[in-house]
Design a protein around this ligand. Structure first.
Ligand code: FES
Length: 245
């Protein structure tokens, strides 16, 4: 490939490079963890990679795959997720003011296969259900063996669940839905409804502002939570510092 044409002399290539490296590390670890099919629970804890409360007896694959299609599909079709891999992987475009090395004819997301990205709004509904499951598992881990159990794992899972919540609550599709799917609040024929929608929309917009950060923080926090539980289950970590009430 010829050298890429650009007049930019800053480190424009650094962002795509970091994204590729971060994606390989986080995606690689989570894929590996999902395929293991063991060491995903310890004491009160269940790895967030394996969040299915029910595994049918006929299921022969790793239990992680029962629900993993939800976060995978949600993140792949995420508006910010698309931006990252369109730039860092497809080089379409690589960065502002940088020549696109492979681009022939721009079709955007209006044609197959990228028109399928519109499925994101449906993944959102599943992601919200999954979020409820994560919070339920966290609460259940505290009510352990008839006592209240607070361990290092509780803290790690709590931080992960918060990060996932902030990521999901900042979803552009959620913002659109809670805003009443409108393009203009002041044009709404029902001012009372428009005021409520606008209020919720503004709150979701707070999460949306840092959607990119929560995308990455939550991706890594899931891996950290899984790794902690995995090391406990494998006996590599001798104990989970905790208090019981
Ligand atoms: S736009 Fe990123 S999760 Fe919906």
């Amino acid at each position: 490939m010829d050298s890429i044409m650009t007049n930019r002399n800053d480190f424009w290539w650094l962002s795509p490079l970091i994204i590729v490296i971060a994606g390989i590390i986080a995606g690689g670890y989570l894929t590996w963890a999902a395929f293991q099919g063991e060491f995903f629970e310890w004491g009160p804890y269940l790895s967030p990679v394996y969040s299915s409360p029910y595994v049918p007896s006929w299921w022969k694959l790793s239990p992680a795959f029962l629900l993993l299609w939800i976060p995978a599909g949600f993140r792949i079709t995420c508006y910010y997720g698309r931006k990252t891999y369109y730039r860092a992987v497809f080089a379409d475009p690589l960065a502002c003011g940088v020549e696109e090395p492979y681009r022939k004819k721009y079709k955007g997301e209006s044609k197959f296969p990228f028109i399928l990205q519109n499925i994101h709004r449906y993944f959102l509904y599943f992601a919200l259900i999954l979020l409820v499951l994560h919070w339920t598992e966290l609460i259940l881990s505290v009510f352990y063996n008839g006592s209240l159990y607070f361990g290092m794992g509780t803290l790690i899972i709590l931080l992960d669940t918060l990060a996932l919540s902030f990521y999901v609550f900042g979803c552009h599709s959620l913002r659109h839905i809670v805003g009443g799917k409108t393009r203009c609040f002041s044009c709404d024929g029902c001012p009372k409804k428009a005021k409520i929608s606008h209020g919720i929309w503004k709150k979701v917009s707070l999460f949306n502002t840092f959607h990119n950060r929560w995308f990455w923080i939550s991706l890594f926090s899931v891996g950290v939570a899984d790794l902690y539980i995995r090391l406990l289950a494998m006996g590599i970590l001798g104990s989970d510092p905790h208090i019981i009430l």
